[in-house]
Design a protein around this ligand. Structure first.
Ligand SMILES: *Cc1c(COP(=O)(O)O)cnc(C)c1O
Length: 432
């Protein structure tokens, strides 16, 4: 079984999956990485569902720490939605990761991580409170994923007036064990509160933890849909595909590289970024490791990341030279081109892509143009267009069909507790 260590630990002191999961970030500020990537039995190709693949993959990572039946039950419950590969042309497909309860691929990681945490805490008869600052898709996926898990509560902080109407409805929907606060400040103020809370002595015994995208418990489950994509691709005669991943923090790409390596595949990857171009710039040797880029606000806001957190993990696992010479091709797409590509995809295939997915389609087209690679490209659809309805309707000039998961949210009373952006205000809410 693999063990895990921090990217910043030269002695490579081993920790268990459970510790990596419950700590999230290593105490030295590094990210946990596996000492080795375990191999899947070739029979993975016969899996009949995403959750079956989830069981196979997770068993290889933590089969020594949780009983097989428990892992299977977690995968079945967490990965309970469709992830179809939709074919648009002979050489172009979309893997739709948007069928979860909050309509983004973040549901895959968040739902699985929540159940894994709950299982480990139940074994210890211990409770934790996940404290999250959110500006978009992560918060609702985490809140929904953890809701009703009896050993974990969630406290969500979002910047009042700075998230879209749909995002706000998703964040404030009443959920068991989840409290949401609208902070009178911006996203940075929310993040600052979270950081202060984690080091506050009075809150030490409160059992705070985080659920951000650097957690292995979110990352590893995401590798399953790359394999589910490969199973579906093969069924239609696509033996080898190129995966195009709309990217921000690079967690999704990292998960794809790990998952396909477990399965003995060696696909080509495209990392499609918006104007936040650190990673394409690094591959082109315009930027170096450790360069600090400011975050630029774009249409595909879930990918607005100046300094991708998973880069440290990619770099530690592969090394800079291997990354630059390896199987990742990357590009950076402006908002204007994103809108044009969204239109082109709609006109050519009748397919409606969210802004993030549209960045992916542009990346796919550029890759083909630049390399002449004729293999089919599978673009990962990372969010449902209805989550970004205004931008999509404005760009395409069409009215989107109503989506039930979002319509249902409108039935709830729109009430949310406000919070002043001070640690004292947060503590008085948490400790009473
Ligand atoms: C989070 C997110 C991304 C970026 O994923 P990373 O794993 O951070 O690279 C892309 N698209 C959508 C819709 C997201 O919510």
């Amino acid at each position: 079984m693999p063990s895990y260590y921090s990217t910043r630990d030269p002695t490579k002191t081993k920790v268990s999956f459970k510790d990596a999961l419950l700590f999230g970030l290593a105490p030295d500020g590094g990210l946990y990485i596996p000492g080795e990537i375990p191999a899947l039995d070739p029979s993975w190709r016969e899996a009949a569902s995403l959750s079956e693949l989830g069981t196979l993959v997770l068993t290889r990572w933590l089969g020594a720490e949780l009983a097989h039946e428990e892992i299977a039950a977690i995968a079945e419950e967490a990965l309970n939605f469709e992830v179809p590969l939709v074919t648009l042309a002979d050489d172009l497909g979309v893997l739709e990761l948007t069928g979860g309860p909050t309509l983004s691929f973040k549901d895959v990681g968040a739902r699985t991580m929540a159940r894994l945490m709950n299982a480990f805490l139940r074994g210890e008869d211990r409770k934790l409170t996940i404290l999250v600052a959110t500006s978009g898709d992560t918060g609702s996926a985490v809140a929904d994923g953890f809701a009703g898990q009896e050993n974990v509560n969630v406290v969500l902080l979002y910047p009042k007036g700075k998230v879209s109407a749909v995002q706000e409805l998703q964040l404030i929907a009443p959920r068991k064990g989840v409290r949401t606060f609208a902070v009178a400040g911006d996203f940075d103020a929310c993040q600052r509160l979270v950081k202060e809370a984690f080091v506050d002595p009075e809150l030490r015994d409160f059992g705070l933890s985080s659920a951000n995208s650097i957690n292995l418990g979110r990352l590893l489950p995401q590798s399953t849909y790359y394999l589910w994509g490969a199973v579906q691709a093969q069924q239609q005669g696509w033996d080898e595909v190129v995966y195009c991943v709309p990217s921000g923090n690079l967690g999704n790409l990292m998960a794809g590289m790990i998952g396909t390596q477990m399965a003995g595949l060696k696909p080509q990857f495209i990392a499609a970024h918006n104007a936040n171009d650190f990673f394409p710039g690094f591959l082109e040797a315009r930027y170096q490791q450790g360069d600090v880029r400011n975050t630029i606000a774009t249409l595909s806001n879930a990918m607005d990341v100046g300094a991708p957190s998973n880069f440290e993990r990619l770099y530690a696992l592969l090394g800079g030279d291997a990354l630059r010479e390896g199987d990742v091709w990357a590009t950076s797409v402006s908002d204007e081109v994103t809108r044009a590509r969204m239109k082109q995809v709609y006109e050519a295939y009748g397919y409606i892509a969210c802004p993030h997915t549209a960045v992916g389609f542009e990346g796919a087209a550029r890759y083909r143009e630049a390399t002449g690679d004729a293999r089919p490209v599978v673009v990962l659809a990372t969010a449902h267009p209805a989550k970004f309805g205004d931008a999509v309707e404005e760009t395409l000039g069409v009215a989107l069909a109503k989506v039930e998961a979002l319509e249902r949210l409108k039935d709830h009373p729109v009430e949310v507790e406000g919070l002043e952006p001070t640690l004292q205000a947060l503590k008085s809410k948490l400790l009473t």
